[in-house]
Design a protein around this ligand. Structure first.
Ligand code: C2E
Ligand code: MG
Ligand code: MG
Length: 682
């Protein structure tokens, strides 16, 4: 290869240029020579001969000098080329030397670096050992029990805390997986094994709460977390490490809270919160599986009496015993909860795919429960009682999808069962709800009935033995805006139960007192008026004053008034009732004991009351001509009244036959449809 320097390249270019110029001159000259030889007569330039000689000589000289110049250049180029090759080889050699020097140096630095890296590694290793020691210390101190499981050999290593936690000999260093399994509570073993299997599969992280048993039999709750830390080449787990922490305190605290929230402290049965949750779930499940479930509302009959007679402790014993008996009578998957007082709920889930089937199942369960309660309850200290219960049953799963609805239906059915004299259990049916809704309308309407003047009064005559009209009884009616006329035996108990009797009674009394034409007629006929006063009204503080001031306001002749009271009034607080009656009696008001024979009539008690008349209840009069018993009762009442110097009125006299018999037996006064129905006018 010919190497050319930068200067040589310049020379070469100069040479080529000069040659090119000389060559152009030569060509021009050749051209001129050619034209010189052209035939005579042509118009072209004719050169003289001497000029041609000079030019040819010049041409020859030029050619020779070209050759000499070319020769010179060729020589010079080859010399320079050889020089360049030599230079190049020298450079290569130098380069090779330099490279060698460099690699030697690099080798030395690499060795140094390796040495310093090794030193660093030693430091890190020491650090790691220190850290591991610290970690072990921390883990021992923080209370986590570490386990390190070699899956291939089945050996498990533990830290001190683990041994301590499980009360194991601290000198033992290695355990087998079997040792671990043997320490798990049998009820939790399956779930632990399942979780471990999933962790080894890699499908789930290992984290679980379970119970472990210490050698002394003591049980602890642990939270266990672990992870696979080593795998074989083919991806199989070969080592797993984890930590357990003792969560017994946390669990027992939670259990306590759960017990307080979801269980009844007396019977230890689930409470309303608990069963409510279960009913919610049962509702969802019933819709999903299209099976019917049932809820029973059970209430102990006359439980209050047990409390009143034997005290609360005996009452509590009965409630516990009662819960146990129900539990024994129901299936293992059924739930009984005490929801307060003497009320229990029983949930029977997924009984049958049809309402009929569910009804049958529930009927059988209700009978089993009642049967279980039938035996005497031995409540200690020789107290033995028989207790009965009323059960309301609601089936759900179809249209009924709401907890409140289910509970309400079972409750309605329970109240119906309480009133039912033929059976202790009743199924919910739509009529119960209609009746409930009607009562609701009455209840809410009653609040404004007084202020809206919706009460009015009818008067029914009472005759003497000689058929003379001597009294009239004022009987209240309520003109309800949507339900029409509501009779007093419907709305009076309502007013009493809802605490509105005072307002209702006052409105009726005002209606009667303000009726001037009534008082005029009574005056004209020389008749007296019998007014019914409820126990709740009579016992209300200030009733006597109110009655008297109202009488004063409307100038009512108090000596024309007879107040009808029922026996029940006096049972709770005879003294108050007697003092109210006496204060009114001093103003001329007389008293009649109404519905006599239906309550707890007793002689001692009759003697104490400032009454002058007894009204025999119409229920005795109705069958007196056909029933010997009823006739005997009437006969006895009449005798008793005579012995106490009381006058007797018989109500509900509908026939002449009844009148004749009563007359024959010495009855003083008579009231009933036979003599006249209640009417707006006297
Ligand atoms: P009571 O005081 O025993 O009234 C007698 C009831 O028997 C009245 O029913 C009357 O209409 C009905 N009666 C009268 N004669 C006959 C008869 O021959 N056959 C039949 N089957 N029934 C007869 P009423 O009016 O429905 O009153 C029912 C109850 O409501 C009354 O029973 C009374 O306890 C109560 N009551 C009525 N008005 C008032 C009132 O203003 N205040 C209070 N607190 N209670 C009232
Ligand atoms: Mg009456
Ligand atoms: Mg009566």
């Amino acid at each position: 290869m010919t190497l050319l320097g930068k200067d040589q390249l310049k020379n070469l270019r100069l040479f080529v240029f000069t040659t090119f110029v000389e060559f152009t001159f030569a060509l021009t000259r050749l051209g001129a020579l050619f034209f010189h030889r052209l035939p005579a007569g042509s118009n072209l330039y004719q050169e003289p001969f001497e000029i041609s000689i000079i030019r040819w000589s010049w041409f020859s000289f030029s050619v020779i000098s070209y050759v000499a110049l070319i020769g010179y250049w060729i020589k010079r180029l080859s010399v320079e080329n050889a020089q360049v090759i030599e230079d190049a080889n020298l450079i290569r050699l130098e380069l090779a030397h330099k490279k060698l020097e460099l690699s030697e140096k690099q080798l030395l630095t690499t060795v140094d670096e390796v040495k310093s890296a090794e030193a660093k590694l030693d430091l890190i290793r020491n650090d790691l050992i220190k850290q591991e020691q610290q970690l072990r210390h921390v883990l021992n101190v923080t209370g986590d029990g570490i386990w390190d499981w070699n899956i291939l050999t089945g050996q498990v290593e533990h830290n001190l805390r683990w041994l301590e936690m499980l009360g194991v000999n601290q000198n033992q260093q290695y355990f087998s997986v079997e040792d671990f399994i043997n320490r798990i509570h049998p009820d939790d073993l399956h779930s632990v094994q399942e979780r471990l299997k999933l962790a080894l599969d890699g499908s789930e992280e290992y984290q679980h709460r379970y119970r472990m048993i210490r050698p002394d039999g003591h049980q602890i709750w642990v939270e266990d977390k672990g992870a696979i830390v080593e795998k074989s080449h083919d991806g199989k787990p070969i080592r797993m490490v984890g930590a357990i922490s003792d969560i017994s305190n946390e669990v027992s605290a939670k259990e306590k809270v759960k017990e307080l929230i979801f269980f009844d402290h007396l019977t230890k049965l689930p409470n309303l919160h608990y069963i409510k949750e279960r009913i919610y779930r049962a509702l969802l499940e019933s819709t999903r599986s299209q099976a019917y479930s049932g809820l029973m509302y059970l209430d102990l009959n006359d439980f209050k009496l047990v409390n009143d007679i034997y005290g609360h402790q005996v009452g509590d014993t009965l409630l516990k015993e009662f819960g146990l008996r129900i539990q024994n009578a129901i299936g293992p998957t059924d739930i009984v909860a005490r929801i307060g007082g003497d009320e229990y709920l029983i949930l029977l889930e997924q009984i049958a795919p049809s309402v009929d089937g569910a009804n049958k199942g529930l009927e059988a369960a209700a009978e089993r429960i009642l049967q279980g309660l039938a035996d005497a309850f031995n409540l200690g200290d020789g107290i033995v009682i028989f207790a009965t219960a009323s059960i309301g049953i609601a089936v759900f799963g179809g249209d009924v999808k709401n907890f409140d609805e289910v509970l309400h239906y079972a409750d309605l059915a329970m109240y119906a069962a309480k009133e039912d004299l033929t059976s202790n259990y009743r199924f919910y049916e739509i009529s119960l709800k209609n009746e409930f809704d009607r009562k609701n309308v009455i209840y809410t309407g009653l609040r404004e009935a007084s202020s809206l003047n919706q009460f009015y009064v009818e008067y029914q005559p009472v005759v003497s033995r000689r058929h003379e009209y001597v009294f009239y009884e004022a009987l209240a009616r309520w003109k309800h805006p949507t339900l029409g006329t509501i009779m007093p035996d419907v709305f009076i108990p309502f007013a009493e139960a809802s605490g509105q009797m005072h307002e209702v009674g006052y409105a009726i009394l005002k209606h009667i007192f303000s009726n001037h034409s009534l008082w005029d007629s009574l005056e004209g006929k020389q008749c007296n008026l019998m007014i019914n006063i409820s126990a709740h009204q009579l016992m209300n503080a200030g009733f006597a004053e109110q009655f008297l001031s109202l009488g004063e306001e409307f100038l009512v002749p108090l000596d024309r008034i007879l107040i009808e009271v029922t026996e029940g009034v006096f049972l709770n607080n005879t003294e108050i009732a007697i003092s109210v009656m006496k204060s009114l009696k001093s103003k001329g008001v007389k008293f009649v004991l109404d519905d006599f024979g239906t309550g707890y009539s007793s002689l001692a008690y009759l003697q104490k009351l400032p009454i002058e008349y007894l009204k025999i209840d119409k229920s005795f009069v109705r069958f007196m001509t056909t029933s010997h018993d009823d006739l005997a009762i009437i006969d006895n009442i009449l005798r008793l009244a005579k012995s106490l110097n009381l006058k007797v009125i018989a109500e509900g006299v509908e026939t002449k036959e009844q009148f004749d018999v009563l007359l024959l037996n010495g009855c003083d006064f008579f009231q009933g449809w036979y003599f006249g129905r209640p009417s707006a006018n006297l």
